[in-house]
Structure formats: C-alpha cells, structure tokens
Design a protein around this ligand. Structure first.
Ligand code: NAD
Length: 500
C-alpha cells in the first residue's frame, strides 16, 4: 500500500473523494511511491469556495499583516530548504543541488512579496483642477488560480502565489500530478507562518480539475506554466470565461555563438544549460547555432565536456544529472535521437540505452549531441525536453539570427561573443522575451519579470516582478473634490467636466 497525497483546502488536508488517483513515481528507481488524489469538479468547487470565503477578510487585511506572515513564511522556507529539495528529488529526479537551486530561486520571489508594500504604493496627483485631486490605487482581484508543470514543483508555484496573496488575493494551486508533494509541504509551512485558512489551497488532479478552474465564475485570474498546446487551451478557455490569463508555454532556446567568442566559455555554458536538470528546463539551451568556421572546434569542446557528466540518482552527491520524469517521456526523448541520422543529423553522442547499476528500472537516458542538424529535423522542430543538444551551422550573424527568429518559440536566447556591437544588435533584433549576453540561462531576477514571446507565452503579462503585481491587481482611479468651506457652491453646469 502506498500513501495518498491529498488536497489542502481551508487550511487542512482533505482526502480525495472522486475515487480517481494517479501514481507518483521515483524516477531513479521506477517505483511507484505514492498515489495522488485527482479532484472532481465538486472538489475544485470546495477549494474555490474556501478561497472565496477567506478573501472576504484577506482582501481587506492590512499590508502590515500580510507582509508579516510572508516574512515568517520566508524564514520557514529558508530553514526547510533541504527537506523541500529532497521531496523534489524523490519525485522529479533532479539532483539535490539543482533542487536546492530551484528552492532558492522560488525564495527570491517570496523576498519580493515581502516587500510588496513598495510595489503597491499608489499614485497621487494633487490640484489637477481647482481643489481636485486624483489618486490611482490597485486592488486585489479575488480568488486566483495557478496551474503548474512538473519540472519546477516548488519554484513555479512560488512565481505565482507569494505575489498573489501579498496583493490580497486568495489562491488555488493545481500542481503537476507527477510531483505533487512539495506543494503540500509549502501549504503546511504557510499555515505555520500564520496564513489564515483558505488563503492558499491545493487541489491535485488532471484535466478535469483544471477545466473546472478555467470555468468557475469565482476564479478571477489564471496563471499557467506548462507546454504550449496546453497553454493555448488554458488561454483560450479561461479568456472565453472572462478571466485574466497569463499562460506560459514551451520553448526551444537558441544560443548563438559568434566566431570571436571564447569557445571554452561557450562550450561550458552550452553543456551546463543543455544537460542541467536532464534538459527538463523551459530555459534549457536545446539548440546551439555556430556562426562561421568555429563549428567543428565548438562541437569537439562540447563533446569533451559532455562525456564527463556523471549520471545517477539525484540523492547521490556524485550525480550531476538525474533521470527523466517518466519512462514514457524517456522513450519519447530516445525516439528523437534514434530518428536523427535518417533526418540528416550527425549523431556525435548517443545517450540512449543507458542504465545505472543498482537502479536498472530508473528512467535513464544519457547525453546526446547532434551536429549539423537541419531545421527540418523533428529533433530541431520539437521541444524535446531531455538531454539532447542540437548544433546548427550558420554562415553569418544574419543567417543565425534569421534561423532563431523563424522558430515559433521565443522564450529565452543567448549570444556568446566578445563584440559589444554585435551583442547590442542581437538584443534588439532577436524575437524572444529573455536574452542573455554571455549568459546561457537568462532567468530574470525576482524584481524583473519572466516571460517569453510568440508560442512561449499567451497573454499580456509576464510572471513576477512588476508584471506580477499588475497581473494580480486591478487599477482604480479616484477623483476627489473637497470644496473650500469659505466658498459658495459652484452651481449647476450641464457641460462636460473640464479642468480649470
Ligand atoms: P504540461 O503542459 O503537460 O502540464 C502542465 C500542467 O497542465 C499540469 O498541472 C497538468 O496537470 C496540466 N495539464 C496537462 N494536460 C492538460 C490538459 N489536457 N488540460 C488541462 N490541463 C492539463 O507540462 P509539463 O509536462 O508538466 O511541463 C513541461 C512543459 O512546461 C514544457 O513544455 C516546458 O517548456 C514548460 N515550461 C515552461 C515554462 C515557462 O516559463 N515558459 C516553465 C516551466 C516549464
């Protein structure tokens, strides 16, 4: 018997009643370790009702109270980093140090939320007309929902809920059913920090739970992070139901390496960004575009480094890269490598068929490196989301740029060069939401916003930073006239109000 990961509604664990569950697997062993309850529409309704009830008081609570609780949550999260990272490794498979990095980047957004007082300061214009003042304020929306992917089970929820609740909203999280435990531990820590019941709720599940959140009349906004087809579905459906939506999708991130780049630094960066977290990052570099005559040398340098990566269970400190999330995903990733040669790629490293001694049933795959990849290859066109790096060749900067801009995705990108002028041109000309200059994974710090372009984001707002505060609040403008007590009333005037 495995135990069940239950929902968290109204400040306590609530057992699932739908009769439907899904398996939670340890990717390093292939063993099913727990089952997760899948919420029915009625269970989602119960979570939204708890959030709606909590909103009545939380939406009116003082900034001092909200930030005091967030500061306490920050301290608790800080002291439980290791425990949460271990939960992530056990269900996601990433190595412990990587999981710790994920918690640290989530904590950065909690830091931002602790300082929401500064972001929520309104604007005031005095004497816009005689004795008239105008104030612009921002107010919470109500109940907001977050739907998150498997690859960052702690960080991506923390991109959302700290800011949402700091702004006075209440939150319903639907985490990935593949690694649901971290979100429950976070819910417990929020309760320990003194967050009132119902302000933060977790419902687990699949499409049934998600679709109910998208339709529910009391859910005012939906934040989503996941694959592009689902992001599109979320954006279309939630928008049709009158909700504010930000839906972040998949990616194919390119790294353009110019002939003058430091090739050792570029190779280090490409290997770290392509194979870190086994390539299961939306900001992974999955395509390197080598410009000019450097291609062979760069591929050789990438190969030398990639061959040295130690692959093993995430809880073994010697491991640098862990397994993939599911066996089905591992097999899908392997199929791209198997088909690569027939599509015209040069297979430099083939990581398929790897097993790890003592963990034979884990979802293993080794490092794959494909060179001279044509843009028509499926390995190039699809987001593989595994440890497969494609190298493409371009004759000139312009050719490389055109190739990147032809991609339907526009999440992150990077340029490696010593030429400041070229880097400056690239920043302005490339069609992507996040650009690195000699930085391979340009995930913005918490006080800037994260988001892609094109098929990598549907909606108008990026997540966290100023965009986060804007997304989770709506503006109101108040125009006030207080007549001078010594003056007579102005009298009736049917003309359209003008300022003077
Ligand atoms: P996914 O789209 O399969 O799932 C994301 C969420 O949507 C999960 O909670 C899942 O339960 C739910 N879901 C799945 N199918 C659904 C359906 N048919 N209807 C409604 N909801 C559904 O994504 P994933 O495999 O968990 O995560 C990997 C993907 O997420 C990759 O494409 C990656 O690039 C992307 N991602 C993007 C970013 C970003 O910032 N742009 C960040 C992290 C991950």
């Amino acid at each position: 018997m495995t135990d069940i990961v239950n929902h968290w509604i109204g400040g306590r664990t609530v057992e699932g009643t739908s009769g439907r569950t899904g398996p939670v697997t340890n990717p390093a062993t292939g063993a099913v370790t727990r089952h997760v309850a899948f919420a029915s529409a009625a269970e989602v309704d119960a979570a939204v009702a708890a959030a709606q009830e909590a909103y009545l008081a939380w939406g009116q609570s003082s900034l001092a109270r909200r930030t005091e609780i967030l500061f306490r949550f920050r301290a608790l999260l800080d002291s439980h980093r290791d425990e949460i990272a271990a939960l992530i490794t056990a269900e996601h498979g990433k190595v412990h140090s990587d999981a710790l990095g994920e918690v640290a980047r989530g904590l950065e957004i909690v830091d931002l939320a602790c300082g929401i007082t500064v972001q929520l300061k309104g604007e005031l214009s005095t004497q816009v007309a005689t004795r008239v003042d105008v104030a612009a304020i921002r107010q919470p929306l109500g109940v907001v929902a977050g739907i998150t992917p498997f690859n960052f089970p702690a960080m991506v929820p923390m991109w959302m809920f700290p800011i949402a609740i700091a702004c006075g909203n209440t939150f319903v999280l639907k985490p990935s059913e593949k690694d649901p435990s971290a979100s429950l531990r976070i819910a417990e820590l929020l309760a320990e920090a003194g967050l009132p019941d119902g302000v933060f709720n977790v419902v687990h599940g699949d499409r049934e739970a998600v679709d109910r959140l998208l339709e529910h009349p009391d859910v005012k906004a939906v934040s989503f992070v996941g694959s592009t087809p689902i992001a599109r579905h979320i954006h279309t459906t939630a928008s049709a139901h009158g909700k504010r939506v930000q839906a972040l999708g998949g990616a194919k991130n390119h790294m353009l390496v110019l002939p003058d780049a430091d090739l050792d630094a570029a190779a280090d960066a490409a290997v770290s960004a392509a194979y870190g977290s086994a390539g299961e990052r939306c900001m992974a570099v999955s395509a390197v575009v080598a410009v000019g005559a450097i291609g062979d040398e760069l591929v050789q340098k990438i190969r030398e480094r990639a061959e040295k990566i130690t692959i093993g269970p995430g809880d073994d400190p010697a491991s640098e890269m862990g397994p993939l999330i599911t066996r089905a995903h591992r097999d899908k990733v392997a199929s791209y490598v198997a088909g690569a040669a027939a599509e015209g790629c040069e297979v430099v490293l083939d990581g398929t068929g790897l097993t790890v001694a003592g963990h034979e049933d884990g979802h293993w795959i080794g490092i794959s490196l494909l060179d001279k990849v044509p843009t028509t290859a499926k390995a190039y066109q699809d987001e593989i989301f595994g440890p497969v790096l494609c190298v493409l060749r371009a004759g000139t900067y312009e050719e490389g740029l055109a190739l990147i801009n032809a991609s339907p995705f526009g999440n992150g990108t990077a340029i490696f060069t010593r030429d400041g002028g070229a880097a400056r041109r690239f920043q302005l000309e490339v069609e992507a939401g996040m650009v690195g200059v000699n930085v391979p994974i340009p995930v913005p710090v918490g006080y800037h916003s994260f988001g892609g372009w094109k098929d990598s984001l549907f909606g108008d707002h990026h997540v966290y930073g100023n965009d986060g505060t804007h997304f989770y609040t709506r503006g109101k403008v108040v125009t006030t006239r207080w007549p001078d007590p010594s003056e007579a009333p102005a009298g009736v005037d049917l003309g359209f109000p003008r300022h003077h």
